[in-house]
Design a protein around this ligand. Sequence first.
Ligand SMILES: NC(=O)C1=CN([C@@H]2O[C@H](COP(=O)(O)OP(=O)(O)OC[C@H]3O[C@@H](n4cnc5c(N)ncnc54)[C@H](OP(=O)(O)O)[C@@H]3O)[C@@H](O)[C@H]2O)C=CC1
Ligand SMILES: O=C(O)[C@@H]1CCC=N1
Length: 270
Amino acid sequence: MVFIGGAGNMAGAVIGGMVASGYPVDKIVATGRNQDKLKDFCSRTGVHGSTDNLAAIQNADVVVLSVKPQVMKALCETIASEVSARKPLVITLAAGIPLAAYQRWLGPGVPIVRAMPNTPALVGTGVTGLYAGEGVTNEHKSVATQMADAVGIAQWVEAESGIDQVIAVSGSGPAYYFQFMESMIDAAEKAGMDRADAERLTLQTALGAAKLAVAADVDVAQLKRNVMSPNGTTERAIKRFQEGGLPQLVEQAMGDCAARAAEMAKELDK
Ligand SMILES: NC(=O)C1=CN([C@@H]2O[C@H](COP(=O)(O)OP(=O)(O)OC[C@H]3O[C@@H](n4cnc5c(N)ncnc54)[C@H](OP(=O)(O)O)[C@@H]3O)[C@@H](O)[C@H]2O)C=CC1
Ligand SMILES: O=C(O)[C@@H]1CCC=N1
């Protein structure tokens, strides 16, 4: 499996998670442009590295594309001859690029899966949304599922637009929680707590809340109510969030996120 852009944030997290879950390192190649960065990544993970994309994909059954959307077209054009001749499974991790664009850039008939992972893949707790394009076989789907399963949970979507919804929930979602944690740490420090203590308490609280929500047999609304004593401290804080419009703000932010993915698709051929 060759990851183009393998030492980047997203592919690096997927590779790191795959290696940690026992996926054989000698079956993974990461490519990149910056030799020092690539060397460092390969020595940390044990995977092979290459600065030559075309050479790296020569015999690959699976090619994972993980460069920024803005440089995807140029990258595809450099590998199109090899990919269209041999038609390996292509898995793209990029946000905002529809399958139709890859078909134009790589040539017709290449089996392509759009995958939308997230960075908690690095610690085996990722979410990967998956959408299969034309010509993707069950065998291809199981390869993509295997990659996703190695780093967390997989979720296939029926329509390509479902990928934009996955981006708004889980692809970008870790950053929403990091923002919330950052704000809590800042607020606690401002109120007089030592920053290191504020970080420790905030992160453990986030971890505990997520673990409890996953394990519980009641929904998150009930778990929230379980913390709120009538006329107690939590009720006061939640009232402030609700009066400040947090639920609406979250809905708007997620809408903006999905809208940006659609907008990126329109910007491609400009
Ligand atoms: N970050 C995230 O949370 C998520 C990102 N994604 C998607 O993943 C993709 C990558 O994003 P992210 O990892 O954040 O970005 P990064 O910039 O961290 O990684 C991109 C990598 O691509 C490499 N690269 C660029 N051009 C080439 C090339 N021609 N050949 C080989 N390698 C190249 C860069 O290497 P070098 O530095 O050597 O140039 C860099 O390491 C994007 O398309 C994004 O939409 C999807 C889900 C979540
Ligand atoms: O912000 C981005 O565009 C990428 C896609 C999902 C998460 N990061």
